[in-house]
Design a protein around this ligand. Structure first.
Ligand code: SER
Length: 619
């Protein structure tokens, strides 16, 4: 069966068992602070398990694009070195939300593997949770054990501990005991020499886990305790690439038809042959794997960048570029040329790849260009550092300079050094990093007096949308001294027309009029812990008097116009450059605005002009 047929067989099988087939959720997660990327098929159903969402379909099945490169599930360092781990992979899954439980999950998994896929029953091992004596105090999963006992001989049922047989999504969230299914694809002779049961979960490339059946029964809370869920659920996940390896009779995921088109393309572009030399093979596997992770992320709207999920993607791409550069002698961008082959083989299951093909190619090509430049420069500088090193340990301070001044990634420095049999003075590096952080902290140090409170329990009200002038009373004040701004007073009023800095817009300026006619200038307004704080150089002479607070109308109006202009600019950029453009920050002042956004290349003169025209037309 081709991989496409295998995917369809799985979905059809569960459709017949009354499951609704749903599309994969995005691989990049935007709204869950506990998770950056989808790391399992169940992520998108988390709220169903926890009972927070209404369940319309109690049975669901799909193929989910997953990425395991950060947090609790991180396989990055294994990828390429072995033949069965990936950054991005597809997880075939079936779910029950408070519907069927262990019996159906186990019987259907067995039926699919042995009757639909016709995997030899004697090559299958299963595992069940043996219980735990730690603070969770969990019992052995006898129910799963007995269900399996009626299907397979007892010596094929392995008891596993928490690490292998208790599945958790992350530090928090739904979890429960699991039952794994492993397949032994070794030759007959090998099987006779060593019993397959002893190789389960031992990182053997030909005795691999293909399916994990999780019986979701608990919620791991933020304080670390387990809370039983009101309903019991099923969450299964099968490694699609591994299933294809087993069914296509090959010994490596990279020899399935999922990867061979990519590998042929890499061979052609880099003029190498897969399967001749271990170093070259690792590099080819790394590239074939990483191009998928990067392309799928970009298709999901996550461009490489310097922070968060974008940084993870940048590092994956750079890891592949570096392997190509060092082991396949690729001195020019080449990975973007693999996108076509990838799209061709995946488009049916994941049409988003085709829709975003141009963007994916452009982003990857630009990243390759800029990283290859850094790489060349950095490698030269690193060579110089290595030449001046006596002994086997490279100075951490120098490695820090390479990182800080030239942007040369430290993990790359460490990797290159280890390949040359050298060590990095890691504590020296950490120290240099800390010294630099301390320096920038010292530069912005602030000392604050305690608040002088004039009105207890006052609740502050913002009236600045309707009024630019108001009678106010001082609730509290204090003096702050900072290296940058000298000495200032912070004032809090019972109500205020002053708009605090927020959403990129600067805070209002203005003045306070004191009954005798004196004025106190308000230099800035900010929000801190939900309080609006006004900054002034001096205090009103009689702090208990009623004051007239007046906002600088001209500045407020100009700033508001510039704020509107940022939204027009955002729209113009998306119109001219594409929908991948995302706002990354903004600073809105009365005299100018700055708008930070993500795009993969320098804008051309024409594009700049188009954006200007778009905005000016609308103004
Ligand atoms: N959540 C389980 C896993 O990822 C089964 O889908 O292995």
């Amino acid at each position: 069966m081709t991989s496409k047929e295998i995917r369809s067989k799985f979905l059809d099988f569960f459709k017949e068992k009354s499951h609704k087939i749903v599309p994969s959720a995005p691989m990049v997660i935007k709204d869950d602070p506990t998770l950056m990327f989808t790391n399992a098929g169940m992520n998108q159903f988390k709220e169903f398990f926890l009972g927070n969402s209404v369940i319309k379909n109690p049975r669901i099945a799909d193929t989910q694009k997953c990425l395991r490169v950060s947090g609790k599930h991180n396989d990055l360092e294994e990828v390429g070195k072995d033949t069965y781990h990936h950054t991005m992979f597809e997880m075939l899954g079936n779910w029950s939300f408070g519907d069927y439980f262990k019996e159906e999950a186990i019987n259907w998994a067995w039926e699919f593997l042995t009757e639909v896929c016709k995997i030899d029953k004697n090559s299958i091992y299963v595992s069940v949770f043996e219980g735990s004596l730690d603070s969770d105090k969990l019992e052995m999963d006898m129910e799963a054990f007995n269900l399996w006992k009626s299907i397979v001989p007892e010596d094929r049922i392995i008891r596993g501990d928490k690490k292998d047989n208790f599945w958790e999504m992350g530090e928090q969230g739904p979890c429960g005991p699991s039952s794994e299914i492993h397949v032994d694809i070794r030759s007959k002779e090998e099987k006779e020499k060593i019993d397959g049961a002893s190789l389960v979960n031992k990182d053997h490339p030909e005795v691999v886990e293909i399916w994990n059946l999780v019986f979701i029964q608990y919620n791991r809370k933020a304080n670390g305790t387990l809370e039983p869920l009101p309903e019991k659920h099923v969450d299964t996940g099968m490694g699609f690439e591994r299933l294809c390896m087993v069914l296509q009779g090959v010994q490596s995921n990279y020899d399935t038809d999922i990867f061979t088109p990519l590998i042929r393309e890499i061979e052609t572009i880099t003029n190498t042959t897969y399967g001749k030399n271990e170093e070259t093979d690792i590099a080819i596997r790394v590239i074939a794997d990483h191009i998928r992770a990067v392309a799928f992320s970009i298709a999901d709207g996550q461009l490489p960048s310097n922070t968060g999920a974008g940084y993870v993607i940048r590092r994956i791409l750079r890891r592949a570029i570096r392997y190509g550069f060092t082991f396949l002698d690729t001195k020019n961008p080449f990975m973007f040329r693999l996108v076509n082959a990838l799209v061709a083989s995946m488009v049916e299951a994941f049409p988003e790849l085709k829709e975003q093909r141009n963007l994916i190619e452009n982003v990857i090509r630009e990243e390759e260009h800029s990283f290859l430049r850094t790489l060349e420069q950095g490698l030269l500088l690193l060579d110089g550092i290595i030449d001046s090193t006596t002994g086997d340990t490279v100075n951490g301070k120098k490695a820090f300079e390479l990182y800080d001044t030239y942007g040369f990634p430290i993990d790359l420095t460490a990797l290159i050094l280890s390949e040359k049999g050298l060590k990095l003075d890691e504590s020296g590096f950490e120290l240099a990093m800390k010294e630099q952080k301390d320096r920038s902290k010292a530069a912005s140090e602030v000392s604050k007096d305690d608040w002088t409170v004039l009105m207890e329990d006052a609740v502050q009200e913002f009236v600045g949308y309707d009024f630019l002038k108001a009678q106010v009373k001082l609730v509290k004040y204090r003096k702050v001294v900072s290296k940058k701004e000298g000495s200032l007073f912070q004032l809090v009023f019972n109500l205020t027309p002053f708009y605090p800095e927020g959403g990129g817009q600067v805070g209002d300026k203005g003045y306070l009029e004191v009954p005798n006619g004196d004025v106190v200038y308000i230099l800035d307004t900010k929000k801190e812990n939900n309080e609006i704080i006004h900054f002034s150089k001096n205090l009103p002479k009689h702090p208990n008097e009623v004051l007239t607070a007046v906002v600088d109308k001209k500045q407020r109006e100009r700033t508001a116009r510039n704020h509107t202009a940022t939204h027009l600019l955002h729209q113009a950029l998306r119109e001219v450059l594409g929908n991948h453009v995302e706002q990354k920050g903004s600073a809105v002042h009365s005299k100018y605005l700055r708008f930070d956004f993500s795009h993969f290349a320098k804008m051309t003169i024409e594009q700049l002009r188009d954006v200007e025209n778009f905005v000016n037309m609308r103004i």
